[in-house]
Ligand binder design. Structure first.
Ligand code: BV8
Ligand code: ZN
Length: 266
């Protein structure tokens, strides 16, 4: 077992309070004030949205460079637009899962900040109120020339790349592509929240995409107790305080149950 991190592989989860967590974590949970949830594609997997890497990851079928970048879009706008339209169609058919809803409910007991790499809008739909979207949001679009916004639901989505009504420029998804800067205010606010947090949950991310993957390191540097929730070990596992292996949609509601009991004793 890796020194410094206690791993917890829960038995098959039956009831809502079936899992035992280590005391040090429960103590942190009892007295924490500020909690950050740093999330990646894994938290949306149980909603039916494919992740990027790992077994059924969408990047396996294509390279990010092929579609998730500006040059690819300018070279073949309809192909890239169609790929995002396909992902939007999927997102519109699914619901947030128990993991998203548990994070929203944590707000009843803590000062919660969600810092997400996801563009699927599911944290918002689940009711979280303080969200920093590091890689944008697939429901928003803008003109590459005049930056006019074209956001759903009022903007009629088409299968080919739409043109700006104001200037005729190409309309693109408001997501951060490879080689593009992240929205600085979101990144700085997310980084600050992590550095000031008492607990930073790192949920469903392979932690390989930068600069987003610096967020848990800022939390660690700021003295936060970093808890990783994932199906498997990641790049981050060696530097977190606690790894809990399993599905976030099952683990997060159980941690919430524990928090409710601990906080009512306060
Ligand atoms: C930039 C939006 C430079 C589009 C995405 C160091 C510093 C800075 C940059 C770099 C750097 N090193 C390399 C770079 C370049 C690059 C990068 O990081 N490359 C990586 C691949 C090596 N970074 C960039 O290009 C960034 N831009 O830095 O620009 C710059 C600087 C100045 C001026 C100009 C430019 C931009 C990166 C953003 C790219 N956009 N997406 C879209 O979605 O189409 S990235 C994409 O990856 C998604 O946003 C996704 O969220 C993100 C991270 O992936 P994960 O969320 O972690 O998902 P993944 O599938 O990998 O993992 C899922 C995990 O969940 C797994 O661990 C799995 O086990 C787990 N899981 C699955 N099911 C469950 C589960 N866990 C729990 N429960 C379950 N049920
Ligand atoms: Zn325009």
């Amino acid at each position: 077992m890796e020194r410094g991190t206690l791993q917890h592989v829960p038995r098959s989860i039956k009831s809502s309070t079936d899992m035992q967590f280590k005391d040090q974590f429960l103590q942190k949970l009892k007295y924490a004030k500020r909690i950050v949830f740093f999330t990646g594609a894994g938290i949306s997997a149980e909603s039916g949205i494919a992740t990027f890497r790992g077994a059924d990851g969408i990047w396996n079928k294509m390279k990010p460079e092929e579609l998730a970048n500006f040059d690819a879009f300018m070279k073949n706008p309809d192909l890239v637009w169609e790929w995002y339209q396909h992902r939007r169609d999927i997102i519109h058919k699914v619901q947030p899962n128990t993991g998203h809803f548990a994070i929203a409910e944590f707000e009843k007991f803590y000062d919660v900040t969600v810092v997400t790499q996801n563009i699927d809008n599911l944290h918002k739909r689940a009711g979280s109120s303080k969200i920093y979207e590091l890689h944008g949001n697939i429901e928003r679009n803008y003109c590459v020339d005049c930056y006019e916004s074209y956001n759903t639901p009022n903007f009629e989505l088409t299968n080919t790349a739409p043109r700006c009504e104001k200037c005729g420029g190409l309309v693109r998804p408001d997501v951060v592509w490879f080689g593009e800067m992240l929205p600085q205010d979101e990144l700085e606010s997310g980084d600050k929240a992590a550095a000031w947090s008492d607990i930073c949950f790192v949920v469903g991310t392979s932690a390989v995409v930068y600069p987003a993957a610096y967020i848990p390191m800022s939390a660690k540097k700021g003295g936060s107790y970093v808890v990783e929730i994932n199906l498997e070990r990641t790049e981050l596992s060696r530097s977190v305080d606690y790894s809990i292996y399993g599905k976030s949609g099952e683990i997060l509601p159980q941690i919430l149950e524990q928090a409710k009991n601990l906080r009512t004793d306060l």
